[in-house]
Write a protein of this length. Structure first.
Length: 330
C-alpha cells in the first residue's frame, strides 16, 4: 500500500514528521528518533487464521496539517473492507489521545474528522475508543464522549467491555488512575468493575486497552501507577495489554506486573502510539523484556484473535508488515 495522501513530495512528508518529532523532543526532553530500517522480509500480506476475529487500531492520532493520521485511517479502512468482504468479525480501537493538541471540539472537527472521523470510511462507524490525557484537556472529555457516544462507555467513566469472537476486550480509563480531577471513589469503582468483569467472563482470552503503559523504553519511560490495573489484569489471567502515550511501537515479552518474564501467566504488552501524531525515540538502555521496537514509522497494530491463540503485526502506512509473531492464551 502506498502513502494515502498526495503530498508534493515524499521529502515534504518526512520534513513534516521531522519537525513534529523534533518539537516533541524539545518540549519533553524525549530521545531523538532513530528511524528503524525496514526488515528485509517485510511482506505486503498477512496469513489468515481460520475463524478468527480481527482487532485493529492505534493511539496518538489526529494532528491538523499533517497527512499521517489520514494515512493510518486509510490503511485501517482498507483492511476493514477486506475483512468485511471475507466475512471476518472485527473491531477498531484507539489507544487514547485521539486528537491534538487537546480535546476541544474545534480540534475534533478540524483534525479528527478528515481522517479517522471521515463518515465515508468504515472506521468512523465501528470505532471503540479509549481516553488519553490530551482527550481530557479543555473540557474534561466532553467532546470525546459527545463524539463517540455509547461506543465510549458511560459518560464521565470511559471504561467498558465487549466480546469479539472468542475474546473479551476491555477498555480502561488510565487517566482515572493518575488525574487528580477523578475522585478516589471513581478509581475504586473502575478497579471493582474490572475485577468483576474478569471474574464473571466466560471467554478464555482477554485483551485490555488503555492509554498509559506500565512498561516502556520511550520518553515517558512507563508509568508505575499503572501497576494497580496490571495487578488486577494479571490476577484475572488477561493475555494482552495494548497502550499508546509513547509515540513509537514496542512489544514486550510476557511478564508479570513486577516486570519479571513469565511464560506461564505473563501479559504481553504492545505500545502502538503511531496513529499520526509526531513520533518520538527510544531510551538506551531499553527496558528489560523489550522484544521489538520500531521508531520513525506511522502505522497500526493488527491483532488476529483465535479461540486460544493470537497473532499480531505492525502495519505501516507504506504497506510493510513488521513484527509478525503469535502467542497462546493462558
Amino acid at each position: 500500500m502506498k502513502n494515502y495522501r498526495t503530498p508534493p513530495a515524499a521529502g515534504l512528508r518526512l520534513r513534516h514528521a521531522g519537525i513534529a518529532s523534533a518539537l516533541l523532543a524539545t518540549l519533553y526532553c524525549f530521545p531523538p528518533v532513530e528511524v528503524t530500517p525496514p526488515p528485509a522480509d517485510a511482506p505486503a500480506e498477512l496469513l489468515a487464521m481460520t475463524g478468527a476475529a480481527v482487532l485493529i487500531g492505534a493511539g496518538d492520532i489526529a494532528v491538523c496539517g499533517t497527512p499521517y493520521d489520514e494515512g493510518t485511517a486509510k490503511l485501517i479502512d482498507s483492511v476493514s473492507r477486506a475483512d468485511s468482504a471475507a466475512g471476518v468479525q472485527e473491531a477498531l480501537f484507539t489507544a487514547g489521545d485521539n486528537w491534538y493538541p487537546n480535546g476541544a471540539k474545534v480540534y475534533h472537527d478540524s483534525c479528527w474528522m478528515p481522517g479517522w472521523g471521515d463518515p465515508a470510511k468504515r472506521i468512523a462507524k465501528r470505532i471503540r475508543p479509549t481516553l488519553g490525557n490530551h482527550d481530557l484537556d479543555n473540557g474534561f472529555g466532553e467532546s470525546y464522549f459527545n463524539a463517540f457516544g455509547k461506543n465510549a462507555g458511560e459518560k464521565g467513566k470511559g471504561y467498558y467491555s465487549y466480546d469479539l469472537g472468542a475474546w473479551q476486550v476491555i477498555a480502561l480509563n488510565s487517566e482515572m488512575v493518575v488525574n487528580p480531577a477523578f475522585s478516589v471513589e471513581s478509581r475504586r469503582e473502575q478497579e471493582a468493575w474490572l475485577k468483576k468483569q474478569l471474574a464473571d467472563d466466560t471467554k478464555k482470552c482477554t485483551v485490555a486497552i488503555f492509554h498509559r503503559p506500565l512498561f516502556s523504553s520511550g520518553g515517558h519511560a512507563g508509568d508505575l501507577r499503572m501497576a494497580s490495573l496490571w495487578n488486577i489484569l494479571y490476577e484475572g489471567d488477561a493475555d494482552l495489554v495494548i497502550n499508546g502515550h509513547e509515540h513509537h511501537y514496542e512489544r514486550f515479552e510476557p511478564q508479570n506486573p513486577a516486570g519479571v518474564r513469565d511464560t506461564v501467566r505473563g501479559i504481553t504488552e504492545i505500545i502502538v502510539g503511531t496513529g499520526g501524531a509526531g513520533l518520538t525515540g527510544i531510551r538506551v538502555p531499553v527496558q528489560p523484556n523489550s522484544a521489538r521496537r520500531i521508531q520513525g514509522h506511522f502505522g497500526v497494530l493488527k491483532l488476529t484473535l483465535g479461540g486460544e491463540e493470537f497473532q499480531h503485526a505492525f502495519l505501516d502506512i507504506d504497506g510493510r508488515i513488521w513484527d509478525r509473531a503469535a502467542g497462546k492464551c493462558h
